[in-house]
Design a protein around this ligand. Structure first.
Ligand code: PLP
Length: 501
C-alpha cells in the first residue's frame, strides 16, 4: 500500500474508509444509577456514522483540501472577481462570539455595538464613493443591482413618469446587469462599445429617449478600461431624464483616486466581498451595499441604521421605500470583515492597494504583450485588469482560451476568467490584484509564454491538459445535465455501472 498519495479524484469516501469498532473519541463512563428517560419514539435505533481514528479523519479532510486551490494557495487572477488576499484578522473578529452569536431579533439596546459597526461602515462607504446614503441589506452585487434598478423604477413612477421602460446596458457589461434590469420589469437596450473598448457615444445618443429609465455602467469597465467620457455620458443620460447606475465591482481599479459620486452617478453598488476582502466564490455569503444621492434616499430598503448622537437605532420610517430585498439587515459578518479591512488599511492604504492593483495589471500586460498567439484588442493602458484574446492562437494552432486555462493548472496556477467579457473572442481576463508579488507575476507570464510555445509545437499536449491535477478535464455539459452532488448519488451510479469514473 502506498503510504503517501497525492489527493486524487477517486479519493475514497470517508464512509469507505470506515472500519467497525475503530474510534476517534473517548467519552466518560456513563453514571450508572442515573435514569435517562427519552420517549420510546425518539430513541435512535441506529446511527450510521463512519468509524475512524482521529488522525484518519484529519488526513482525509486534509487530502480533500489539497484538491482545491484558493487565494491562500497562490496567485488567483480571476478577472472581474477581485480575488485579493483576505487578512486572517478579519476572520478572527468576525468569528468572535460577540459578533457571531448575536441574533437579529435582539432588542436594539443590546446590539448597539453591531449597529455602530453598520453605521461606521456606511460612513466609510459614503466617503469612498461620494454618495449620500447607503443600504447594507443586499446580499451580493447582483442583489444590489436589483435594488438599484427597483429604486430607479420607484423614482420615475413616483414622479408620474411612467413611460420610462428601458434600461441601457453596454455590451461589455456583466451578465447580471441586463438580468437585474429585466427582473425589475425593464426592457434592456444594448449599447455597443467603440474601437477603444469604451461606450460608443453616438450609439448612446441614438438610444437615449423619453423611454430611458437609466444607464448601468461599470467604470473601469470589464475590459479594465476607464470610461474617459464619463462626465459627458452622465450629462447625456441626465439630459434625457434617465438615472446613472454604477456597477462597483471594479472599484479596486480607482480606489481612493476618483469617486463614482463625483463622476455623476446617482446610484452605486459595491461588492464588499471583492473590494474589501471576504472569501468569495463557491456561493457566498457576500454583501452588495447600495449607495444613492440625497434625492433618492427615501426609496432605500428598510430599515436603515441611524445615530442620534447617543444611540444607534433602526429606522423603518421611509414611506417611499422599495421594501426589503433580503431578510433582516444583510450579511452582517461580511460587513464586519469589510470594516476591519477598511480600518486596518486606512485612507492611504486603500489608495495604495488600488494603485498596486493597477500597476500589477499593467506590468503583466507589458510583459505578456507581443507573445505569439495572444492578441491585445482595444486600448493598451488598463486599470486593475486586462483582457487578452487567444483568438490568433485558436486560428493558427487550434488551441483555445479554455485549453490555455487548463494548461495553467498543470503549473500550479489558477486560470484567469475566460470567455468574458463577451465582446472579446477567446477572452483571457486577468486581474492579478494588489496581492500578487512581482515574482508571481513574472512566473505567471513565463508560464503563459511557455504555453504559447507549446501551442505552436505540440498543440495536442495543450488540448489534453490538465495532467497534474486531482481532477482532470471535466465534462461541463454532463456536469450540469447530470450533477452528482452527494456521495450517495455517486455510489449508487457507480454500483449500477452508470458512471465509469
Ligand atoms: C462580480 C460582478 C457582478 C456581480 O456581483 P456578485 O457579487 O457576484 O453578485 C456584477 N458586475 C461585475 C462587473 C462583476 O464583476
Amino acid at each position: 500500500m502506498e503510504m503517501y498519495r497525492q489527493a486524487k479524484w477517486d479519493e475514497p469516501l470517508i464512509f469507505e474508509l470506515s472500519k467497525p469498532g475503530r474510534i476517534g473519541y473517548t467519552m466518560p463512563e456513563p453514571i450508572e444509577d442515573v435514569e435517562v428517560r427519552i420517549p420510546e419514539g425518539l430513541v435512535r435505533k441506529e446511527l450510521n456514522l463512519p468509524e475512524l481514528s482521529e488522525p484518519e479523519v484529519v488526513r482525509h479532510y486534509t487530502h480533500l483540501s489539497e484538491m482545491n486551490y484558493g487565494v491562500d494557495s497562490g496567485i488567483y487572477p480571476l478577472g472581474s472577481c477581485t480575488m485579493k488576499y483576505n487578512p486572517k484578522i478579519n476572520e478572527e473578529i468576525a468569528g468572535h462570539p460577540k459578533v457571531a452569536f448575536i441574533h437579529p431579533y435582539q432588542d436594539e439596546r443590546t446590539v448597539q455595538g453591531a449597529l455602530q459597526i453598520m453605521w461606521e461602515l456606511e460612513q466609510w462607504l459614503k466617503e469612498i464613493t461620494g454618495m449620500d446614503r447607503f443600504t447594507l441589506q443586499p446580499a451580493a452585487g447582483a442583489n444590489g443591482e436589483f435594488t438599484g434598478v427597483m429604486i430607479i423604477r420607484a423614482y420615475h413612477m413616483d414622479r408620474g413618469d411612467t413611460k420610462r421602460t428601458e434600461i441601457l446596458v453596454p455590451d461589455s457589461a456583466h451578465g447580471t446587469n441586463p438580468a437585474s434590469a429585466a427582473m425589475a420589469g425593464f426592457k434592456v437596450v444594448e449599447i455597443p462599445s467603440n474601437e477603444q473598448g469604451m461606450v460608443d457615444l453616438d450609439a448612446l445618443e441614438s438610444a437615449l429617449s423619453e423611454r430611458t429609465a437609466g444607464l448601468m455602467l461599470t467604470n473601469p469597465n470589464t475590459l479594465g478600461i476607464f470610461e474617459e467620457d464619463i462626465l459627458r455620458i452622465a450629462e447625456m443620460v441626465h439630459e434625457a431624464g434617465g438615472l446613472l447606475y454604477y456597477d462597483g465591482a471594479n472599484l479596486n481599479g480607482i480606489l481612493g483616486r476618483v469617486r463614482p459620486g463625483d463622476m455623476g452617478f446617482d446610484i452605486v453598488h459595491l461588492n464588499l466581498h471583492k473590494t474589501f476582502s471576504t472569501p468569495h466564490g463557491g456561493g457566498g455569503p457576500g454583501s452588495g451595499p447600495v449607495g444613492v444621492k440625497d434625492f433618492l434616499k427615501e426609496y432605500l430598503p428598510v430599515p436603515v441604521v441611524e445615530f442620534d448622537g447617543e444611540r444607534y437605532y433602526l429606522n423603518y420610517d421611509l414611506p417611499k421605500s422599495i421594501g426589503k430585498v433580503k431578510e433582516f439587515y444583510g450579511n452582517f459578518s461580511v460587513m464586519v470583515r469589510a470594516l476591519v479591512y477598511l480600518k486596518i488599511m486606512g485612507r492611504e492604504g486603500l489608495k495604495e492597494a488600488g494603485e498596486i492593483a493597477v500597476l500589477n495589471a499593467n506590468y503583466l500586460t507589458q510583459k505578456l504583450k507581443g507573445t505569439r498567439g495572444y492578441g491585445l484588442p482595444h486600448k493598451e493602458l488598463r486599470k486593475h485588469e486586462v483582457v487578452f484574446s487567444a483568438e490568433p492562437m485558436k486560428k493558427e494552432t487550434g488551441v483555445s482560451a479554455l485549453d490555455v486555462a487548463k494548461r495553467l493548472l498543470d503549473h500550479g496556477l489558477h486560470a484567469p476568467t475566460i470567455y468574458f467579457p463577451l465582446i472579446v473572442h477567446e477572452a483571457l481576463m486577468i486581474e492579478p490584484t494588489e496581492s500578487a508579488t512581482k515574482e508571481e507575476l513574472d512566473y505567471y507570464v513565463s508560464v503563459l509564454k511557455k504555453i504559447s510555445e507549446e501551442a505552436y509545437t505540440e498543440p495536442e499536449k495543450v488540448k489534453g491538459a490538465p495532467y497534474n491535477t486531482a481532477v482532470k478535464r471535466v465534462d461541463d455539459v454532463l456536469a450540469t445535465k447530470r450533477p452528482i452532488i452527494t456521495w450517495r448519488m455517486y455510489r449508487e451510479l457507480r454500483e449500477k455501472g452508470e458512471v465509469d469514473f
